[in-house]
Design a protein around this ligand. Structure first.
Ligand SMILES: [Zn+2]
Length: 420
């Protein structure tokens, strides 16, 4: 077998023939020719026999390493004059449009990006983290399931901060499939409007329930005409419990400040460490945190009362109670919190009262913590990794790669006679 034929088989890239190979230090330079005579537009199915011209400089793509050598594939590509998209460099079957990497290299990059930390990936693949982000965005753009937005019935909308200085993503979850199916940078009404404005089958009309936080932005978009005004708006109990936990934290900080300003810095310092003891579920406390909690109980006062209110509220949703029982417990809690003389809780009780029906709708439809929590915790983990990216697109792509409807296949998992 000739060396170029052997190399052709080993590189296993679809649609090309190796015409030459040379070594440049640790770089293996492989010259290839496209097999297809017809030119393809990279943006649409347009095909033609007529070439516009040939690019005077070669195009190149980094492929998977060969031994310790970096493999660079290069070819002189033609340009195509698409009636819709104008003059563009022709599409190649082995790489995504405008990428400097082969599809195989990108698939190999996307896989560990969903599984491990960024310094491991950057060192292992020898590319910087923002390049990983751009690769993720390209993989998501071509490989997400095309029908992911069809047949949506119960959905959830959530904002998540992906970078400091108020950079947010809005994520849309299909509660039935437990996948994040759509996302966009931002967190206001217009952000969610973009979902309803996406072309496609009339999917908005089939939506029966939308769960969300207690802010007005997403509800406004769902209620708009032509969106999903028929849908029941549910308030995920997760958000309600979070709000109550925040009220507890306000009381804790107030007590801490009083101690500090009252000339007792040692007690204040100890108290600051009580934060997690108060906010964590009692079942998850370390021995030390449990001891701190016992001390707080003996001390009593506002912080302890605030803690018992928070725990009482959390307990409403921790069990598997029916809607009527939950309604009764919420009402009782609202009246208890309103009379607590703890300003943060009086205020929170008002908010909970306003969203009572939404919370009960979530219970009735089974959109509760336990169901969303698994997915939420994966999203939070991925978002921490995505903070290293500089673009919202890359952060969103990493979330969709990990939690979206997509099947990542590594090159060796593809059929071994590839078309092209
Ligand atoms: Zn085109």
């Amino acid at each position: 077998m000739r060396a170029t034929t052997l190399l052709n088989r080993l590189l296993d890239l679809p649609g090309l023939d190796v015409s030459g190979v040379s070594l440049d230090g640790r770089r293996m330079l492989v010259e290839v020719r496209l097999r297809a005579r017809r030119l393809a537009c990279p943006l649409c199915p347009f095909r033609t026999w007529a070439r516009y011209d040939i690019r005077p400089v070669p195009s190149s793509w980094q492929h998977l390493d060969f031994g310790t050598a970096t493999v660079v594939v290069f070819a002189y590509l033609r340009r195509v004059d698409c009636p819709e998209h104008g003059v563009l460099v022709e599409a190649v079957p082995f790489a995504r449009y405008r990428s400097g990497f082969t599809r195989d290299f990108e698939d190999v990059t996307a896989f560990p990006a969903t599984k491990t930390d960024k310094s491991t990936i950057a060192r292992f693949l020898r590319i910087d983290w923002d390049t990983v982000g751009r690769i993720c965005a390209r993989v998501v753009a071509t490989d997400l399931d095309a029908d992911r937005l069809d047949g949506l019935v119960n959905i959830g909308v959530d904002e998540i901060s992906w970078r400091k200085h108020h950079k947010y993503l809005t994520l849309l979850t299909d509660h039935t499939r437990r996948k994040v199916v759509w996302g966009q940078a931002g967190k206001d009404t217009a952000t969610l409007d973009a979902f309803f404005n996406e072309p496609g089958p009339d999917r908005a009309a089939a939506i029966e329930a939308v769960s969300m936080d207690m802010g007005p932005a997403y509800a406004k978009s769902v209620r708009a005409e032509g969106h999903a005004p028929q849908a029941v708006i549910c308030v995920d109990p997760f958000h309600a419990v979070k709000l109550v936990a925040e009220a507890l934290d306000v009381e804790r900080r107030k007590a801490w400040n009083e101690l500090r300003n009252g000339g007792n810095p040692a007690a204040a310092k100890k108290f600051k460490g009580a934060r997690w003891a108060l906010l964590k579920n009692p079942g998850n406390l370390t021995d030390e945190q449990a001891a701190t909690l016992r001390k707080l109980k003996r001390r009593g006062g506002d912080v302890w009362r605030a803690y018992t209110l928070k725990e009482a509220f959390r307990a409403i949703f921790a069990g598997d109670l029916d809607t009527d029982t939950v309604a009764e417990l919420i009402d009782r809690w609202i009246s208890r919190a309103s009379r607590s003389r703890l300003p943060a809780f009086v205020k929170t009780a008002k908010t909970i009262r306003k969203h009572r029906d939404g919370i009960l709708a979530a219970i009735r439809l089974g959109i509760n913590n336990a169901r969303a929590e698994g997915l939420n915790s994966v999203v939070r983990l991925i978002i921490r990794r995505a903070r290293g990216f500089h673009s919202a697109d890359a952060a969103l792509a990493l979330v969709l790669l990990t939690c979206g409807p997509i099947t990542l296949r590594l090159p060796h998992e593809q059929p071994n006679t590839r078309p092209g």
